[in-house]
Ligand binder design. Structure first.
Ligand SMILES: Nc1ncnc2c1ncn2[C@@H]1O[C@H](COP(=O)(O)OP(=O)(O)OP(=O)(O)O)[C@@H](O)[C@H]1O
Ligand SMILES: [Mg+2]
Length: 250
């Protein structure tokens, strides 16, 4: 595998009983690239991310992350690979009974047993600065707005300095201004930390800010691939319809 590739998905097939969600899907993601995944609701975007991170087993195919085949790893080996991956789930749930500080400390304690309490606390503060929410450190999630929760969720998923970030609808449910802020934050993180990102989104503003390249899932396949302009300005009737009706625009 060429070492400028961080993720290689090969012929991934996933079905749930009669429902074929992904069929022979192959994707390559380059280091420090931001790849957008589009597709209608139910087209398999979240399933794809879960297969990439090893939370879901495909029926067929392979997923390589940094040259390691995640589907054949033991739990211990998989956890080592996951240390390098951040995942912002659709919904980005924080632990409601924990403060922001505790929410952010959690992945560090889990993955870096050698870190001292002071080192953890410093890292929490530094990461909160990255998302401009230093003042929220001792708040409970219930005291935060939707946009603040997203930012804290983002901070929690990047606090381990992952080389690869997977985002599932990072801006869903946010107003346009907050969506734009979150998208710019994702782009800045990628630049500052040289991260690779795979971003599932329904939000065109978000995609336009972040994307280097986009793919489009349809009928269990990667139906289209290109830069955002190639897709949004395409004359293909399906894409035209998708970008004029199905996608969130401001
Ligand atoms: N654990 C599961 N068991 C059975 N079916 C599932 C499971 N997870 C997903 N599916 C089905 O697989 C299909 C793809 O689901 P997925 O969550 O990947 O869609 P999506 O593209 O992320 O949609 P959305 O944009 O609404 O989030 C859906 O039809 C869903 O019902
Ligand atoms: Mg989804």
């Amino acid at each position: 595998m060429a070492n400028n590739l961080i993720v290689v998905v090969e012929n991934l097939t996933k079905r749930f009983d009669e429902l074929l969600v992904l069929e022979n899907v192959s994707i390559e993601v380059h280091r420090a690239e931001n790849l957008i995944v589009f597709g209608k609701s139910g087209s398999g975007k979240s399933v794809l991310l879960k297969c990439i991170i090893g939370l879901m087993k495909p029926d067929y195919g392979n997923v390589f992350i940094n040259d390691k085949n995640v589907l054949v790893l033991s739990i211990n080996q998989l956890n080592k690979v996951r240390k390098d991956i951040g995942f912002l789930f659709q919904g980005a749930a924080l632990y409601d009974s924990m403060t922001v500080r505790e929410n952010l400390s959690f992945p560090l304690k889990r993955h870096f047993e050698e870190m001292t309490i002071k080192e953890i606390d410093d890292k929490v503060k530094y990461t909160l600065e990255l998302v401009s929410l230093e003042e929220a450190i001792d708040k409970m999630p219930s005291e935060l707005s939707g946009g603040m929760k997203k930012r804290i969720g983002l901070a929690r998923s990047i606090i381990t300095d992952p080389a690869l970030m997977l985002y599932d609808e990072p801006t869903t449910g946010l107003d346009p201004i907050t969506s734009k802020e979150i998208s710019e934050l994702i782009l800045n993180l990628q630049k500052k930390l040289n991260m690779t990102s795979i971003v599932v989104t329904h939000d065109l503003i978000c995609a336009e800010i972040i994307a280097d390249r986009a793919i489009f899932l349809k009928d269990a396949h990667v139906a289209y691939e290109g830069n955002i302009d190639d897709l949004t300005k395409s004359n293909d009737p399906f894409l035209k319809n998708f970008f004029s009706h199905d996608i969130k625009k401001v």
